[in-house]
Design a protein around this ligand. Structure first.
Ligand code: SF4
Length: 379
């Protein structure tokens, strides 16, 4: 296949190297497979991206956070997911990647909003402080609350990336001095796609952005506005250590022999049974087993507001959806063999029926049945 290069995004943040078609198709196929769409969808994405002169404008806001989600995105490789996303979009405002600063950056934000009103994608990373009118996070003299509401007003799609932006994350942990919360709580009445995780998996952002860019739609969302393709199952449902859980083989304490054998981490606090995410099948940085359970640590429940930074690290949790098996069905159904017990029971039943038939015929005055065949005698 000829290798066609896609032109890099003309981003105010700087230029990005292009990605060849083969790599583009490869990652698109992976991302679309993750969201449940076939290979043809990846091919269509490639066509759409190649044909589109104008890439969707993206405004990426940073509030209370560690920038871990951006870092996680930028550290991808083989091929570079960040490069792919940045080739799909025009990143018109992003404080982390911007060369511009101060008034220049503010002007870029205003221009992007004006030029792409009603169409731009707003990505929010970081929690939003609410106490004392949100004075704890200000950029260019405006609070995070004001900026988020202003930018959301004319956005075509809004995505909260990471647990901080989705529901408050670590800045919202007790005692939460700034009143930190997620973007959906500030942008009430708007559809805010949430991609929680600490950090969020870049493939989940890629899948969401690809679907929006290619089809102009958002993926199916659950009741917390998380894409179902990524958050429809618990970690426990797809965990490679699950056979050990089912067999009752548990790590009892860190570093014991069972830990070395790769047994289940439930008893030392794994939150996988109550955590909805796809980390167990979509690892980080394209490195096999690069996710907490993969390297021997219990799942922390980072995507779940009720768990992360609230339930102690080594406390156990209830199983969200308890599932079989306690026992397994036989692989082959037994055939061609009748047990002596079954033969005896059938004999008793047959004898009883025959006896009842003889008694009934006597009562009714009819011919008694033949004792060997059970058939009535000719009158
Ligand atoms: Fe995996 Fe944790 Fe479930 Fe054990 S409890 S099977 S380690 S998700």
């Amino acid at each position: 296949m000829a290798s066609t290069s896609y032109a890099p995004a003309t981003a105010a943040a700087g230029s990005f190297s292009s990605v060849d078609r083969r790599d583009f198709l490869k990652v698109c196929t992976l991302a679309f497979a993750a969201i449940g769409l076939p290979y043809e969808a990846a091919a269509k994405a490639a066509q759409v991206v190649a044909a589109k002169k104008l890439k969707p404008s993206v405004i990426w806001l940073h509030f209370q956070e560690c920038t871990g989600c951006t870092e996680s995105l930028l550290r991808t490789s083989h091929p570079d997911v960040a490069e792919l996303i940045l080739d799909l979009i025009s990143l018109d405002y992003c404080e982390t990647l911007f060369a511009a600063a101060g008034h220049q950056a503010e002007a870029a934000l205003k221009k992007a909003m004006a030029d792409n009103a009603g169409k731009y994608v707003l990505v929010i990373e970081g929690a939003i402080p609410t106490k004392e009118d949100g004075i704890y996070c200000q950029i260019g003299g405006r609070t995070a609350m004001q900026i988020a509401r202003d930018c959301a007003e004319k956005a075509g799609a809004i995505i909260s990336i990471g647990s901080c932006a989705s529901w408050g994350g670590i800045p919202s942990a007790d005692p939460n001095p700034t009143g930190a919360t997620g973007a959906p709580m500030i942008l009430k009445g708007k559809t805010v796609v949430t991609i929680p995780g600490c950090p969020a998996n870049p493939y989940n952002l890629l899948g969401t952005v690809l679907q929006y860019v290619t089809f102009g739609t958002l993926p199916a969302l659950d009741e917390k506005n998380r894409p179902k393709f990524a958050y429809g199952r618990t970690i426990h449902e797809q965990c490679p250590r699950r056979p050990h859980f089912d067999a009752g083989r548990f790590v009892q304490k860190f570093g014991d022999e069972n830990a070395r054998l790769g047994y289940c981490l439930y008893k030392i606090g794994c939150k996988g049974p109550a955590t909805h995410a796809n980390c167990s099948v979509q690892h980080f940085g394209e490195v096999p087993d690069a996710w907490p359970i993969g390297i021997g640590h219990p799942c922390f429940g980072c995507t779940e507001q009720a768990l992360a930074f609230r339930v102690a690290l080594h406390d156990t949790v209830d199983i969200d959806r308890a599932m079989p098996p306690a026992t397994y069905p036989p692989i082959q159904a037994a055939q061609g063999h009748i047990s002596p017990v079954a033969t005896g029971i059938a004999g008793v039943i047959g004898g009883a029926l025959l006896g009842a038939g003889i008694a009934a015929s006597r009562k009714l005055g009819g011919p008694p049945p033949d004792k060997t065949t059970g058939a009535g005698k000719e009158a």
